[in-house]
Design a binder for this molecule. Structure first.
Ligand code: ARG
Length: 467
């Protein structure tokens, strides 16, 4: 798209009646938003077509003028999409760029389009439409990410790995169960996206500058035409409100936080020390100096993009927090934050989906690690409660002594002899060895939502029916 940055001083075409001389160059630079809000061209044109159609339907403009306006707007749409349109910074923003071109194309009738509206409700409309479409895209990409996790979870419902707390080996779990934890997180993100779409599904157009209008407009008609559930109810709120942008950024930040935790796990898992996964070449890079290296750059960048997305949320919250009602020009700063966060989020979700689909799970390494660090100690304690009738606190103490003994002997809990174990507590029988293996430990955790493969498979089926 071309841009005309020619900086001649002339009075503005839109409010030239009151302003005798053009703006200082620096004013033009700080004031103009066309550099970024041209992204809203399709929403702007759609909104204007709906508005003109309603104005004609209500007899506020003639059918003939409406036809000229609609035709002119469609011409502008194709000019922009084919790259012929010349954007001008002197015309400030997308709204005035489109309207000025409309005047060139159709003459006087163009001047009737802005009847009963203001750029305040116009920008609120354009931006809401854009955010709504973006949320719909995020909903689709989260569904793909969830699908990738469901496939990996199904494949690895029985693959044992260590579960961690404090990144210290805690209890054995399955890789399938771990994958399903992310399904829950991204499932909640997707619910938040759906709720946000519901919240913003109200049409702002017709609120005009802030007070509504004396023209007999039909806001229900434009709302319907533009695919909104209903019109907004308070014109002051309508032009002041950027909750929909803040909500988008909050959701993006929470989702990015989930992506970042996953990225961090991938970085850790792919180190030679952990070696739980091998990243595909497609999502890693080599080192220019160390030939043995394979770096998880994509995961690292997903982790880093989270900082950027969180920054956008804080930036817009800060812009909005001191604004009196209704519109203030500060609000023009909303767009770049949302556009940037949207781009980063889409990229991060797509990269993670690819990485999850492509990575090789090293089941041997996971299994070896699952048994280390006395990960079945809780199972020993539980056995003492169940089979020997010990109170849990006492069982915990006995188990602690067994761990200390194993540590002293440099072996696993399952490698202690029955005599060793009975020297700590005589109630222990050979049956104990059934629960000391990693597989037995995992299989026993059948509580609802637990890590037993049978339970994980139930959760996978639950999600498959909803994805
Ligand atoms: N470019 C402006 C924005 O993004 C459009 C609304 C301007 N309204 C106004 N009264 N100056 O917020």
């Amino acid at each position: 798209m071309a841009e005309d940055t020619n900086n001649t001083k002339s009075s503005n075409q839109m409010w030239g009646g009151r302003f005798a001389s053009g703006p200082a160059a620096i004013m033009e630079e700080i004031n103009a938003s066309i550099g970024f809000d041209k992204k809203l061209y399709a929403q702007d044109i759609r909104g204007s077509i709906a508005h003109a159609t309603m104005l004609a339907h209500q007899g506020i403009i003639s059918a003939d003028d409406k036809d000229k306006i609609v035709h002119g707007l469609n011409t502008i749409l194709s000019e922009i999409e084919s790259g012929q349109f010349v954007f001008s910074r002197k015309l400030e923003d997308i709204h005035m760029n489109v309207e000025a071109r409309l005047a060139e194309l159709i003459g006087a009738a163009a001047g009737r389009l802005h009847t009963a509206r203001s750029r305040n409700d116009q920008v609120a409309l354009d931006f809401r439409l854009w955010v709504k479409e973006e949320l719909q895209k995020v909903e689709v990409s989260l569904t793909s990410l969830i699908a990738a996790f469901l496939d990996r979870a199904e494949e690895h419902a029985d693959t044992v790995m260590p579960g961690f707390t404090h990144l210290q080996t805690a209890q054995p779990v399955t890789f399938g169960h771990h994958c399903m934890a992310y399904v829950e997180m991204f499932g909640r993100d997707r619910q938040r996206v759906r709720h946000a779409i519901e919240h913003l599904d109200e049409s702002p157009i017709g609120a005009a500058a802030l007070a509504g209008t004396g023209f007999a407009i039909d806001r229900h008609m434009t709302a319907k035409e533009l695919g909104f559930r209903e019109p907004t109810r308070n014109s002051i709120d309508t032009v002041s409100d950027r909750d929909f942008a803040l909500e988008f950024l909050s959701i993006a930040s929470i989702c990015a936080t989930h992506l970042s935790r996953l990225a961090e796990e991938i970085v850790i898992w792919s180190t030679p020390q952990f070696g739980f996964v091998r990243l595909s070449d497609a999502f890693s890079t080599g080192s220019s100096i160390m030939p043995q290296k394979k770096n998880p750059d994509a995961a690292e960048l997903v982790r880093a993009k989270t900082g950027r997305i969180n920054g956008s949320l804080i930036a817009l919250l800060t812009v909005m927090k001191g604004l009196p009602l209704a519109y203030s020009k500060d609000m023009q700063e909303d767009k770049e934050q949302v556009f940037d966060a949207a781009e980063s989020l889409e990229l991060a979700i797509a990269a993670m989906t690819g990485m999850i689909r492509d990575l090789t799970v090293r089941t041997d390494r996971m299994k070896a690690a699952a048994g280390s660090g006395y990960s079945t100690a809780t199972d020993l304690a539980d056995w003492l409660v169940r089979e020997a009738g010990l109170p849990f606190r006492e069982a915990h103490h006995v188990t602690g002594r067994a761990v200390a003994l194993a540590e002293e002997k440099g072996c696993d809990l399952a490698e202690l002899s029955l005599e060793d174990l009975q020297s700590i507590n005589p109630a222990i029988t050979a049956g104990i060895f059934d629960v000391l293996t990693v597989e037995a430990s995992v299989a026993s955790r059948k509580s609802y939502g637990g890590t037993a493969p049978s339970e994980v498979k139930k959760q996978i089926a639950w999600w498959r029916a909803r994805n």
